[in-house]
Design a protein. Structure first.
Length: 551
């Protein structure tokens, strides 16, 4: 048998159980045929075999980011960036909106993101009237940098059939003028999600999804950016219906350059149940194994639900989006019975405990083997929660690069507890399964940065936080390969460079084992190969890299 891909003269870390290092790898139809010495594998070359002589470069299994928001990232360039880096005042902002409106047809939506009300030169907040003046003939929505509220204009309110008599939706607020009660254009929490966020809305949104072809191009571009950092697969942690379509479109046209585990919002579980579609489903490129549920808020937003409150305000216990344990039991129970993994967003210890209670309840009512229910982020833990997770086989998906990115902001709000946030070391010691994730674009996506952060516990400013949570380099890389594959139930086909697994790999300019740990994030990604095809680096094929059309 001949190979269609040969990687020769490399230092290939296979990540098998013995941590074997070999110098060559052969693949056929997107799968690894063999690994071993160059003399043994080079005879597998045929005239049309892609041969890469890597001259001693290091090869690792392709990186998998188990919790990323690729579909949100894809849409970023389609929206106006009104962050303080781009606009210093409301005047700047409204001028940008006017310019964008002039570019669009009347009635088309102007969408802005990353607005920061605290940084505007005028010292006041954006109003509905500002946007009416800037774009009288276009509906406009400007989303706050927190992602939890937005300001819209009158045309947008009209499109959403919202007026001064409209009641606040469940879980949200319509901003109103104090005396008159007139809508001021602010849409807060569920009022905004229902309006504009397909993956969080109850029912169809007012702001329509971007056109199918626009989404396809945007997603392809975004995947290419991740490929350049060595990413071969992601879990899209909140995949809306429009992106279920878009991932399939890219797969069908042979343009999908990474593998996707779609994590579907809970509100769509009923559609899967009605269809009689148990989890997991899909193929090696596009699949769905998990259903997303959000219990509490965010670490950066100080809305994570904490038992002992915040260090600067002990009376603040954060925010619970689901407060009733019985309601959560019902939700998790449904996911569990339908055969899916529950992917439960829980940052604070209050929320994590609720998640574990609900998972235990579901398991008692309907015992299932190997469920791999996951706690997304799982930031604020203690020994009791760790033991409980280990006993039930519940996974943790802590932030990989958060400590590097935001470490020094943690002490004022979390005090000494900061030492044990993103507790990769504790999870490993307790026998809890754990995987690497970025939560990008909320966090930074390069897996090498995540690895560096987990190994050093060092912030960008140079502060070390929580030495106890440092983990060995091999474990940090397993987070983004072997363990991330386990997190979507795909460890038999992904995460290692051994015969039979998918030919997904990353070629580095420097071996991380020969590099000071503070420099890991600076290692260049020479080449990324997904399914045997180069998606980044030399002889990049550009498109068509599925097994079906690759043979
Ligand atoms: Zn997320």
């Amino acid at each position: 048998m001949k190979a269609d891909l040969l990687v020769l003269n490399a230092r290939i870390h296979t990540f098998d159980d013995q941590c074997t290092i070999v110098d060559s790898l052969a693949a056929l139809n997107g799968r690894i045929l063999a690994v071993g010495p160059t003399e043994k594998l080079s005879p597998l070359a045929a005239p049309n075999t892609d041969v890469f002589d890597l001259g001693g470069r290091t090869v690792l299994p392709g990186f998998i980011d188990a919790h990323e928001h690729l579909s949100w990232f894809a849409e970023e360039p389609l929206k106006l960036n009104v962050s303080p880096a781009h606009v210093r005042s409301l005047l700047d902002l409204t001028q940008l909106v006017s310019k964008e409106a002039a570019r669009l047809r009347p009635g088309e939506w102007v969408q802005g993101v990353l607005y920061d009300d605290t940084k505007m030169a005028e010292g006041r907040s954006l109003k509905r009237e500002d946007l009416d003046q800037a774009a009288p003939h276009h509906p406009v929505i400007i989303v706050h940098v927190s992602g939890h509220w937005a300001v819209v204009n009158s045309a947008a309110l009209k499109a959403g059939r919202l007026n001064d008599q409209s009641p606040d939706p469940k879980g949200g607020t319509l901003g109103r003028a104090p005396v008159t009660g007139r809508l001021d254009g602010r849409l807060i929490e569920m009022a905004m999600f229902n309006f504009a966020f397909e993956s969080l809305a109850v029912g169809p949104t007012v702001v329509p999804p971007f056109a199918r072809d626009v989404r396809r191009k945007a997603l392809k571009r975004a995947a290419g950016i991740l490929n350049a950092a060595g990413v071969c697969g992601v879990g899209d942690a909140l995949t809306a219906p429009s992106y279920v379509t878009t991932y399939h479109d890219l797969f069908a046209s042979g343009e999908l350059s990474l593998r996707v585990n779609m994590i579907i919002p809970y509100i769509f579980l009923q559609n899967l149940e009605q269809l009689g579609l148990p989890g997991p489903w899909g193929n090696e490129w596009v699949r769905c194994a998990g259903i997303k549920v959000i219990i509490d808020g965010a670490i950066a937003g100080r809305t994570a639900a904490l038992k002992n409150g915040y260090a600067n305000d002990a009376s603040n216990h954060g925010v619970l989006l689901i407060e009733d344990q019985n309601e959560l039991n019902e939700i998790i129970g449904r996911i569990h019975r339908a055969g899916y993994q529950a992917c439960v967003h829980a940052n604070g210890d209050t929320a994590i405990e609720m998640a574990l209670k609900a998972i235990e309840h579901a398991q008692k009512g309907c015992p299932r083997e190997n469920t791999r229910h996951r706690i997304e982020h799982c930031t604020m833990i203690d020994d009791q929660l760790l033991a409980w997770m280990a006993r039930m086989g519940v996974m943790a998906l802590p932030f990989g690069s958060y400590l590097w990115q935001h470490g020094e902001k943690l002490r004022p709000f979390y005090g000494q507890r900061a030492d044990r946030m993103f507790a990769h070391g504790s999870f490993l010691r307790a026998g809890v399964r754990v995987a690497g994730s970025s939560d990008h674009p909320a966090g930074l996506y390069p897996p090498l940065l995540g690895v560096q952060s987990m190994v050093t516990r060092r912030t960008a400013a140079g502060e070390i936080i929580g030495v106890e949570e440092k983990i060995p380099l091999i474990e940090a890389f397993r987070m983004y390969t072997v363990y991330a594959a386990y997190a979507s139930g795909e460890e038999k086909i992904k995460g290692r460079l051994v015969s039979g697994q998918l030919a997904d790999m990353v070629v580095l300019e420097r071996d991380p084992w020969d590099c000071p740990s503070e420099e890991i994030s600076t290692i260049g990604v020479h080449q990324t190969i997904v399914g045997g095809r180069t998606v980044h680096g030399p002889r990049h094929h550009g498109a068509h890299f599925h097994a079906e059309d690759g043979a």
